[in-house]
Design a protein around this ligand. Structure first.
Ligand SMILES: [Zn+2]
Ligand SMILES: [Zn+2]
Length: 164
């Protein structure tokens, strides 16, 4: 199987995806701990590890729901069903959180979380650059505007540096 040969997502599907994200964002009123006055999130340098984890877990759950439990690189990447009956996927921070200092606003935000099948997740962490570049590019294109709304500005070349 040629795993990295992407099936391009149709334009319309793309738009639906984004509309979904924005709709979800504005209508979301689950008991989130932080104020969603604006999608931009302040940095929280003093936050306790447990609170951080709790907030992060919630965001990951939300990201998974939002992706309909599909790999965002290629929704056709099926894995296996978990106990809840959902296709198993994993969350990944597109801009690795260790680079927070380079940004004015928090990168520990929903906009920065992508959902990937376990193989794509492995690829983005461990593959040679020439192998993972396509994957990163596609995820970047899907997220850049949404990240911008969250006050996080980054161009593709700078993002790639975080994966070297
Ligand atoms: Zn990851
Ligand atoms: Zn995948």
């Amino acid at each position: 199987m040629n795993f990295l040969k992407t099936k391009t997502i149709e334009e319309e599907e793309y738009e639906n995806y984004f509309n979904g994200l924005y709709d979800e964002y504005s209508s979301y009123d689950d008991n989130f701990e932080f104020d969603e006055i604006s999608p931009q999130e302040v940095k929280r340098p003093g936050e306790s590890a447990s609170l951080k984890r709790k907030r992060s877990d919630k965001q990951k759950e939300r990201a998974k729901r939002n992706s309909s439990y599909k790999c965002e690189y290629d929704p056709d990447h099926e894995t296996f069903l978990n106990e809840k009956g959902d296709n198993f996927i994993e969350c990944h921070h597109l801009i690795p959180l260790s680079n927070q200092d380079d940004f004015d606003y928090s990168i520990d935000v929903f906009a920065n979380i992508v959902c990937l099948c376990p193989l794509c997740h492995r690829i983005i962490h461990h593959a040679a650059m020439k192998t993972k570049k396509n994957l990163i590019k596609k995820l970047y294109e899907k997220r850049k505007e949404f990240l911008r709304d969250a006050g996080v500005y980054i161009d593709f070349e700078d993002l790639l540096k975080y994966y070297k």
